[in-house]
Design a protein around this ligand. Structure first.
Ligand code: ADP
Length: 320
């Protein structure tokens, strides 16, 4: 049993991180365990930005995007010396284990902290990219997909009015989940992801044919890892001579009030992660598999690459 734990958000922020941190804090307090909030990611450990939390410290945050703890990218933590210093700082405060909410980079750092410094760690995948191995879901992916759909709906209206090709670039780093999910629900004709090869010559000739048959507009969703939407849009325009517009959605996808799905799932993961950590477990990541909360080995989560759902990709092609 641990008597004092810390909660930290690290790396890219995502909507729902607040709900997860709130769940960790309130679960710990419910169990009579001391809990500290660490500000600004791993940098906050090294810079002593750590505060003992009470119930009211996590009031009024479940509905907010971003992270009330702040997040950061910290180079010092990338070195063994930095991680040793971080372990010493945690010990100074009496923090015996950490709940880390973040993406694959943050979880990789957490795994090293555990291996080298024997600090118990439980991870919660927090990233809009939904790219953490072992979990069908990461906190924020639902809100981000909804933000993209909102933009796609608007772009469809104007594309149809002008008979344009619209190319939308979405986030996801090396993972095509956001593009695939938003593309299917937005009715995209083409979804370009890093996991699947595509042929712009063929796509362009298909677009030309479709326009000849009276198609009013074409929607192409591009995952950032599949290439630059600007370049792809330029190529399609050059090959088809059809008016083509490119929209790069950018950081708007990171923000906004979290959806109900992100709030509930983040709360579930926060509770399970806190309970596991308190009870002395370590090196686990809590995620979802087929709708249920599951725990995954932390090392496995950060060393394996998540595979895009081929079945969903096939469906997208059938329905396009
Ligand atoms: P995300 O968690 O969203 O993937 P990053 O990859 O930027 O974001 O990681 C966030 C922070 O986690 C980094 O700034 C660094 O402090 C730590 N980190 C990332 N990768 C590693 C690594 N390989 N070793 C140690 N720490 C890491």
């Amino acid at each position: 049993m641990l008597n004092c734990i810390g909660v930290i958000t690290s790396g890219g922020d995502s909507p729902g991180m607040n709900a997860a941190a709130r769940a960790v804090v309130r679960t710990a307090l419910f169990e009579g365990i001391e809990v500290w909030g660490i500000q600004n990611g791993y940098r906050g450990i090294l810079d002593d930005e750590m505060f003992k939390m009470e119930r009211k410290d996590v009031s009024d945050i479940i509905q907010r995007g971003g992270t009330f703890l702040g997040t950061a990218r910290c180079r010092r933590f990338m070195t063994p010396e930095g991680r040793a210093e971080a372990a010493a700082k945690l010990k100074e405060k009496g923090i015996e284990g950490l709940c880390v909410i973040g993406g694959d980079g943050s979880l990789r750092g957490a795994s090293l902290l555990s291996a080298e410094q024997h600090i118990p760690i439980v991870g919660i995948p927090g990233t809009i990219d939904n790219d953490v191995w072992g979990s069908d879901y990461t906190i924020g992916c639902d809100t981000a997909a909804n933000t993209i759909i909102d933009a796609i709906n608007k772009l469809r209206d104007t594309a149809s009015a002008h008979r344009r090709v619209v190319v939308v670039e979405v986030m996801g780093r090396k993972c095509g989940w956001l593009a695939l999910t938003a593309g299917i629900s937005g009715g995209a004709e083409y979804i370009l992801v890093p996991e699947e090869e595509f042929d712009l010559d063929q796509i362009s000739s298909e677009i030309s044919e479709a326009y000849k048959k009276g198609k009013r507009y074409i929607l192409v969703v591009v995952a950032e890892g599949a290439g630059s939407a600007v370049e792809i849009g330029k190529t399609i325009h050059e090959k088809t001579e059809i008016d083509t517009r490119v929209t790069v959605l950018g950081h708007i996808q990171r923000g906004g009030t979290p959806t109900i799905i992100d709030r509930v799932k983040a709360s579930q993961l926060g509770e399970k992660a806190a309970l596991a950590l308190i009870s002395g477990l370590t090196d686990l990541v809590f995620g979802f598999h087929k709708g249920s909360v599951v725990s995954i080995n932390l090392h496995d989560a950060v060393t394996n690459k998540k595979i895009l759902d081929k079945e969903l990709f096939r469906l997208a092609k059938v329905l396009a």
